[in-house]
Ligand binder design. Structure first.
Ligand code: NAD
Length: 498
């Protein structure tokens, strides 16, 4: 049965990639880019070409925004009751589930992540879609206001056309986090996936068509950031924008949207810390943090990349961390023993190695040397070994986002020093506190400056619990919480003097 399933998804995958160059999805139709340009997508585990994809230019972006506008005005999507839209969205979630194995293989091939991690991403997409679909049916879209001598209420309407720009590290999962609340609220969307990893989003477009979602409600325009991304961000036909990626590009997108007075949500990078007190179970804490920093080869915005350890256990902790990191099994996505795949691109390899070099030049000690490594039979792949650095909190590798399997060890003597070290970061996405003392855990968790504090765990995502960044890590309310749904609805007041 399992192998039958495997053969089915291998065939579906072959057929999907066989259609290369893959086209844009605009107004429910597959179409080439108007200028006929394409770009290459690589398998990072091999460093070899996986597919060619049509590269959306400004004219294609404009066509996608127009198609989304037309669908918003004419398809009936925006005016459907939430439970009517819910039929389509649950159908889409069903299709994602029934194509889970194919989608997970696409994601693994495209990003390099081990298959079980990709399966989790795909399942998370459906869960997000169902969460917002259910929520949309159980919240009030009209609220009476009790004021003297007036009949008054507020009513909520969808915005219109929402643009989405996504990064390459969790392509499918992040599309789910982004578009689910927007669609459930009755908006139409234009999605610009990252040029490194556009494949699963294109497969989603197929499923949207099969689910019967009206043409133009979901549009997918793969393309390069400086061209397709920039054209989408500055398009005056947008009503809302959501960007997930680096703070540098986030600023550009926010500036472009600002010129058109388009509201924007930004989900940006991070330099998360784990504060480890002296009373933890050392083995279990080290194991969980190693898993967190090697998840997706460390290319996770919220992961714990600063390990802030109590002085009394620092040496033991550091030794266990080195021993455990050395055991991490690096390999290709389809090897069931693989714990960590390659980085996404040669550019990302250069970034990680560059930080190792600069960190050491600035005086950091390499407790574990990183560097390039090879996987037998996959010599062209973008593999690096995990590394551990230690030293001053002012070191460049302790301050900036490396986005690779490289934690930076720091030591503290008391609670207030730990909080001070963590809060010196200009980022503010997610931190964690590790201790058996829950009073201390609650106290410290509430004092850490970030959108999210986790206790005795790292990388915790729960539908219904908001996930947002502050400072350099983002603005605009975040994702995953119930309020995100309302971010995609405008509120209007209606009043009649009595
Ligand atoms: P990036 O900012 O380089 O690119 C993100 C997207 O923006 C891509 O689709 C890219 O094509 C596009 N883009 C690039 N230049 C553009 C421009 N001038 N105008 C418009 N769009 C443009 O980020 P990345 O390297 O793909 O992703 C890594 C970053 O994303 C890290 O900083 C990471 O922490 C962050 N991230 C944040 C979250 C979150 O939820 N907070 C989630 C995942 C990743």
């Amino acid at each position: 049965m399992a192998s039958q399933e495997g053969t089915k998804s291998a065939t579906a995958l072959e057929e999907f990639l066989g259609a290369s160059p893959l086209q844009l999805f605009i107004g429910g139709q597959w179409c080439p880019s108007r200028l006929g340009e394409t770009f290459e997508v690589l398998d990072p585990g091999l460093g070899a070409r996986l597919a060619d994809v049509h590269d959306a230019g400004e004219i294609d972006v404009d066509a996608a925004v127009r198609a989304a506008r037309q669908a918003f005005q004419k398809s009936g999507w925006a005016r459907m009751a939430p439970n009517e839209r819910g039929v389509y969205l649950h159908r889409l979630a069903d299709l994602v589930e029934s194509h889970k194995n194919t989608l997970a293989r696409i994601e693994s091939l495209d990003v390099g992540k081990p298959l079980d991690q990709a399966v989790w991403d795909i399942e998370n997409f459906s869960a997000t879609m169902r969460y917002y679909t259910e929520l949309s049916q159980h919240v009030a879209h009209r609220d009476p206001i009790a004021v003297a001598r007036h009949e008054a209420w507020t009513v909520r309407h969808p915005y219109g056309v929402c643009g989405f720009i996504f990064p390459w590290n969790f392509p499918f999962l992040l599309v789910g986090w982004g578009i689910s609340p927007a669609l459930a609220a009755g908006n139409t969307v234009v999605i610009k996936p990252a040029e490194d990893t556009p494949l699963s989003t294109l497969y989603l477009a197929r499923l949207a068509k099969e689910a019967g979602i009206p043409d133009g409600v979901i549009n997918v325009i793969p393309g390069l950031g400086e061209t397709a991304g920039a054209a989408l961000a500055r398009h005056s036909g947008l009503n809302r924008m959501s960007f997930t990626g680096s703070p540098e590009v986030g600023r550009l997108v926010a500036e472009a949207c600002g010129r058109n007075l388009v509201a924007v949500k930004l989900e940006l990078g991070g330099k998360g810390a784990a504060v480890i007190f002296e009373d933890v179970d050392l083995d279990s804490t080290v194991d969980q943090l190693v898993r967190a920093i090697t998840l997706n080869a460390g290319q996770v915005c919220c992961t714990a990349s600063r390990w802030v350890v109590h002085d009394s256990i620092y040496s033991k902790f550091a030794q266990r961390a080195v021993d455990r990191m050395k055991e991490v099994r690096i390999g290709y996505w389809n090897d069931t023993k693989t714990e960590m795949g390659p980085l996404v691109s040669s550019k990302q390899v250069a970034r990680v190695l560059g930080y190792l070099e600069r960190g050491c030049q600035e005086g950091a000690e390499a407790l574990l040397q990183g560097g390039r490594t090879k996987v037998p039979g996959k010599e062209g792949g973008f593999y690096v070994k995990p590394a551990i650095l230690a030293g001053s909190a002012e070191n460049v590798a302790a301050r900036e986002e490396i986005f690779g399997p490289v934690p930076f060890l720091l030591r503290f003597r008391d609670e207030s020093e730990a909080i001070d070290i963590v809060n010196r970061s200009p980022y503010g996405l997610a931190n964690s506190v590790w201790t058996e003392d829950l009073n201390r855990a609650h106290r410290v968790a509430e004092k850490l400056a970030a959108g999210n504090s986790w206790i005795n765990a790292h990388n915790v995502f729960v539908h219904g619990v908001p996930y947002a960044g502050i400072n350099l890590s983002g603005l605009g309310g975040g994702v995953l919480g119930p309020r995100t749904y309302f971010d995609y609805l405008r509120e209007k007041s209606v009043v009649r003097p009595l």
